[in-house]
Design a protein around this ligand. Structure first.
Ligand code: NAI
Length: 353
C-alpha cells in the first residue's frame, strides 16, 4: 500500500538512523552525456550517493566541457567516490573508450542526446536520438550489452516512450534481460508531488502521487486519487492540475527560450531513480515509478507504473491500483497515444536488427 511505498522512499532512507544500518554499497555508475545540461548536475548528485564507489563521466570530445574536466572537478569532493572521465572522439579511427568506461558498471544513466527546442515535441527527437546515424541511444545500449550486460540502463533520452521499447527489444534479441532497460519518468512524479504540495500546503516529503502511463503529453497520467493529499483536491480543479503536470516540461522549454529543456530538476529526478536502483542492488528494495517492459496493461507491452528495484534490478512491476472515474477516462486517452509511440519504437527495432 501507500504506507509501505512511502516507507521505502529513497529520500527518507538517509534519515533513518535508528534502524540497523545497511552497509553502504561500492557500485560503479556511468553517466553517458555527463558533460551536458542534465549530465553535469546528475553526475554531482550521483557522486554524493554513499553507495557509489566509482563514477564514469562519459561524453564526446566536442562536448561543451570535456568529460575529463567534469571528472577532475568532481574528483575533489571529499567522498569515497573515484571519478574518471571518458571522451569519445567522432574520428572513426579513435579507440573505443566505452570498454573501460562501462566495464563492471552496475548502473548506467543516459541523459545523452539533443534536448527539445520551443515548438518541438518529444517525438520530433526520436530520429535524432535513436536514429542510425548519430544513434546515441543505440550506440550506448549496444556498448552496455557488451561491457556491462547486467547493469540497469536508465534512459533519460527522449522520446522515452519509443526509445525504451526500441532498446529493450535490442536486449531481447541479444538474449539479455529487457527489464534492465528502464525509462526515467521520475520527473513527472517530482512535479506532481510539488504541485500538490503547493496547492494543499502539505510537506512535499509527505506527498506521493504515482504517475503512470508514459512520459510525453497525454501519456503522462498522475493518479491524484491514490495520495492522501492529492485525493483532497476538489474534482473541478483536477483537469487543470493534470494538464499542468503534462505541460511542465514544455513550460521549462519555453522559459529557457531555446537554450535547453529541464536540466536541474531532471538531474534531481534522475538521481532519485538512480539512488533507488542502487539501494535495491544493495539489499534495500526501493520503489519508484518507471517505464519498463510490463504486463500490467493488456495490449501495452511497455508502461509506467510503480516498480520495485531489488538485488537484480527490476524486481516487481506493480499493477496500477484503483482509479476514479476521471482517471479511468484519462487512462483510455493515455493508452491510445502510448500504443502508437510504443509501435514506433518496435518498428525501429524491427528495421534495425
Ligand atoms: P545537452 O545537450 O545539454 O546534453 C547532452 C549531452 O549528450 C551533451 O554533452 C552531448 O555532448 C552528449 N552527447 C551527444 N551525443 C553523444 C554520444 N553519441 N555519446 C555520448 N554523449 C553524447 O542536453 P540535456 O538538456 O542534458 O538533455 C539530454 C536528453 O535528456 C535529451 O534527449 C532530452 O530530451 C532528455 N530529457 C529527458 C527528460 C525526462 O524526463 N526523461 C527531461 C529532460 C530532458
Amino acid at each position: 500500500g501507500t504506507a509501505a511505498f512511502v516507507a521505502n522512499r529513497v529520500r527518507s532512507q538517509t534519515d533513518v538512523t535508528n534502524c540497523e544500518a545497511t552497509k553502504k554499497g561500492n557500485f560503479k555508475v556511468c553517466v553517458c552525456g555527463g558533460s551536458g545540461g542534465i549530465g553535469q548536475p546528475l553526475s554531482l548528485l550521483m557522486a554524493m550517493d554513499p553507495n557509489v564507489g566509482e563514477l564514469s563521466v562519459y561524453d564526446l570530445t566536442i562536448a561543451m566541457v570535456p568529460p575529463g574536466g567534469v571528472a577532475a572537478d568532481l574528483g575533489h569532493l571529499e567522498t569515497k567516490v573515484k571519478v574518471k572521465g571518458y571522451a569519445k572522439s567522432l574520428d572513426e579511427k579513435a579507440i573505443d573508450v566505452l570498454g573501460d568506461c562501462l566495464k563492471d558498471c552496475n548502473l548506467v544513466l543516459v541523459p545523452a542526446g539533443m534536448p527539445r527546442k520551443p515548438g518541438q515535441t518529444r517525438d520530433d527527437l526520436f530520429k535524432i536520438n535513436a536514429g542510425i546515424f548519430n544513434g546515441i541511444a543505440k550506440e550506448v545500449v549496444e556498448a552496455c550489452a557488451k561491457y556491462c550486460p547486467n547493469a540497469v540502463v536508465a534512459l533519460v533520452v527522449n522520446p522515452v516512450n519509443s526509445v525504451v521499447p526500441a532498446m529493450a527489444e535490442l536486449y531481447k534479441k541479444k538474449g539479455l534481460n529487457p527489464k534492465n532497460i528502464v525509462g526515467v519518468t521520475t520527473l513527472d512524479c517530482v512535479r506532481a508531488n510539488k504541485f500538490v504540495a503547493e496547492i494543499t500546503g502539505a510537506d512535499p516529503d509527505d506527498v506521493e502521487i504515482p504517475v503512470i502511463g508514459g512520459h510525453a503529453g497525454v501519456t503522462i497520467m498522475p493518479v491524484f486519487s491514490q495520495d492522501k493529499h492529492g485525493s483532497k483536491i476538489p474534482a473541478k480543479d483536477i483537469p487543470a492540475l493534470d494538464k499542468h503536470v503534462q505541460d511542465a516540461g514544455t513550460d521549462v522549454v519555453n522559459a529557457k527560450n531555446g537554450k535547453g529543456s529541464a536540466t536541474l530538476s531532471m538531474a534531481f529526478a534522475g538521481a532519485r531513480l538512480g539512488k533507488a536502483v542502487l539501494a535495491g542492488l544493495n539489499g534495500t528494495p526501493t520503489t519508484e515509478c518507471a517505464y519498463v517492459l510490463s504486463d500490467v496493461m493488456p495490449g501495452l507491452p511497455y508502461f509506467t507504473s510503480k516498480v520495485t528495484f531489488g538485488k537484480n534490478g527490476v524486481e516487481t512491476v506493480h499493477p496500477i491500483g484503483k482509479l476514479n472515474q476521471y482517471e479511468k477516462e484519462r487512462l483510455e486517452e493515455a493508452k491510445a497515444a502510448l500504443k502508437n509511440e510504443i509501435q514506433s519504437g518496435l518498428d525501429y527495432a524491427a528495421s534495425n536488427s
